[in-house]
Design a protein. Structure first.
Length: 114
């Protein structure tokens, strides 16, 4: 009984936190359209802390960074038609990424964080 209540409270708090994060993301940041077979624009420049949103317009793709602007880990995320994801940049530098499905077609992009 108590477990269920605690769980509901946690879900509510997460929803509020996620909601405020989304509002901040829409206020600033850059977006990249993902189409067959390119990232538009190919390069985006943002300030550290700014968000980047990838929007799936056409086809099934991914965003793969060996060195990412988000953390020290490699970053790899699928992006399908009609879907989107947003990430906050946390590291300065120039970061190249690819769609690993279509790298051979030159499906590559770049993020510059200043
Ligand atoms: Cu692709």
């Amino acid at each position: 009984m108590f477990g269920v209540t605690a769980h509901r409270v946690t879900v509510l708090i997460l929803a509020v936190v996620a909601g405020s994060g989304f509002a901040a993301a829409s206020a600033a940041g850059k977006s990249v359209k993902v189409v067959n077979y390119e990232f538009r624009p190919k390069a985006v420049t943002v300030e550290k802390g700014e968000r980047i949103t990838w929007k799936g317009v056409r086809g099934s793709h991914n965003v793969t960074f060996k060195r990412s602007p988000f953390s020290r880990r490699r970053f790899d995320r699928d992006i399908f038609e009609g879907r989107r994801f947003s990430k906050r940049t946390r590291r300065e530098g120039r970061f190249r990424y690819i769609c690993s499905f279509h790298d051979h077609l030159g499906m590559r992009g770049k993020v510059i964080v200043e």
